[in-house]
Design a protein around this ligand. Structure first.
Ligand code: 13P
Ligand code: SF4
Length: 329
């Protein structure tokens, strides 16, 4: 892939937007891919849905929609495209397929998993339901279609409390994220029976780190994802989904902020918030980072990495996702 004059001219408006977070030398590697992917999207009537944890060249260069997992699920149901490429992880691609079963949904790397999603199986949920008969199951969207098939309603970190309370019951089974379950329990009177899954990225943050950053940066705003340990959330000024964290920065324009989450978030939104200084102790998600421009190009060109699910699974697993989407944010 060559950085020709044609490529440079076509991609320059994108580069002007992100030049503050990307050196020119790096851009010359990404730009040919960005140019070709954007051409292919038009030729094939394809759309790229990207999670907020994708790198800036994906987030700003080729994404048609870049958002949190709730918005991506809703977007997948609305699109008129023939092909959806998920620049995210496997459960997100599966969720897109559930929301748009007639569309071709592609994932550029089938090994892009999630420690939460892999912590619980459909069989585990069946056993839980036997142990707690009649107690509804709320599953985080970070789960496989098998788990969703055993679920009453899904949630994301953007609407977990609202979803739990929408059921009008005293007790729910909430899985698989133990920390999100604890966060929800801190915000509601509904009794939460939790699973012991963790996000390998957010679990790495600790309370001491937060206090040290505050001490070194007086006045800093610290905003955390609810997948973080409870003591980290307690030490923070705000907790919310990736979309919620982005809105916090946009609306409050803090002088200095630390986003206690995956590293790419700060890079991505620095572009739209030039006056905000981002302090960046952050952790990388190895699964999200499996998605790259060359893999996206290959998957779109050859239509590989298709999400295939049998009709029965789709019919069962889409119900809790649709119930979640109807309740919204
Ligand atoms: P949200 O975008 O829903 O906050 O999800 C975070 C996440 O862990 C995705 O992997
Ligand atoms: Fe899963 Fe955590 Fe990575 Fe999100 S950041 S995909 S929850 S491992």
């Amino acid at each position: 892939m060559e950085f020709t004059q044609e490529v440079q001219k076509a991609t320059d408006p994108i580069y002007q937007k992100i030049s503050k977070v990307m050196p020119e030398i790096e851009w010359s590697v990404h730009a040919p891919y960005i140019h070709r992917i954007n051409q292919l999207k038009k030729e094939k009537n394809a759309i790229i849905l990207a999670h907020n944890y994708q790198t800036p060249e994906i987030y700003h260069g080729i994404a048609d929609v870049a958002a949190d997992s709730l918005a991506l699920a809703i977007e997948a149901a609305k699109t008129n495209a023939d092909i959806i490429v998920m620049a995210g992880v496997h459960f997100m691609a599966e969720t897109s397929k559930l929301m748009s079963p007639e569309k071709k949904v592609l994932l550029p790397d089938m090994d892009a998993g999630c420690s939460l999603s892999s912590s619980v199986t459909g069989k585990d949920v069946r056993l839980l339901k036997e142990k707690y008969p009649g107690v509804p199951v709320v599953s985080y969207v970070n789960t496989s279609a098998d788990v969703k098939s055993e679920t009453d309603i899904c949630c994301t970190s953007a609407n977990a409390v609202k979803i739990v309370e929408s059921l009008g019951v005293k007790k729910v089974i909430f899985l698989p994220d133990d920390y999100l379950a604890k966060y929800v329990a801190s915000q509601t009177d509904v009794e939460i029976i939790a699973w012991k899954g963790i996000c390998m990225v957010h679990d790495q943050f600790n309370e001491k780190e937060i206090y040290d950053i505050r001490e070194k940066n007086p006045g800093i705003k610290i905003i955390a994802h609810p997948e973080c340990p409870p003591e980290v959330i307690k030490a923070s000024d705000f907790a919310g989904s990736t979309g919620g964290m982005i809105d916090y920065v946009k609306n409050n324009q803090p002088q200095k902020v630390m986003m206690v989450t995956e590293c790419s978030m700060s890079d991505n939104i620095q572009v739209e918030n030039p006056n905000v200084e981002f302090i960046r102790p952050c952790n990388l998600c190895p699964h999200m980072k499996k998605i790259t421009l060359p893999k996206i190009l290959d998957c779109l060109e050859n239509e590989t990495g298709e999400i295939i699910m049998d009709k029965k699974t789709i019919e069962k697993a889409r119900i809790p996702v649709e119930r979640m989407a109807a309740i919204g944010r």
